[in-house]
Design a protein around this ligand. Structure first.
Ligand code: ZN
Length: 129
């Protein structure tokens, strides 16, 4: 599995601007590349509430979840592990300082997995050229 670099940068940017509140969303993919984030409205400040917002979403077609840990510790909490088990295969946790090395992707068992960061040409970009 891969993630578009622009999508990852967007996640890091939104997480940074949401801090000290948590940011949470669902990931969707085009083929084997994660290209979109469906933002969960009304995310609140504690880890449990960000995760609860994700639990309450209907099962739209997504490949996993993303949320931030403003503390910078990107290890999943017990609540996170329950979420991972129910909401898809790929779960990203980003933490301060929100740069390209401050995130980790986990599988549905909570084990770290490698997610390649790739350049992906979005349709909107092509129209602008
Ligand atoms: Zn968490």
């Amino acid at each position: 599995m891969k993630i578009a670099k622009e999508t990852l940068l967007f996640i890091l940017e939104v997480s940074k601007s949401s801090a000290p509140l948590e940011f949470a969303g669902m990931l969707s993919a085009e083929g084997d590349i994660i290209t979109d984030v469906v933002i969960v409205p009304g995310t609140e400040s504690s880890d449990e509430s960000a995760v609860m917002q994700l639990f309450m979403l209907p099962n739209i077609h997504t490949v996993g979840t993303v949320h931030s840990h403003p503390t910078g510790d990107t290890h999943p909490s017990t609540e996170d592990l329950e979420l991972f088990d129910r909401k898809g295969q790929y779960h990203i946790i980003v933490g301060a300082p929100y740069d390209l090395s401050s995130w980790t992707c986990y599988n549905n068992k909570g084990e770290p997995v490698r997610l390649a960061v790739v350049d992906y040409k979005f349709k909107e970009d092509e129209e602008n050229w």
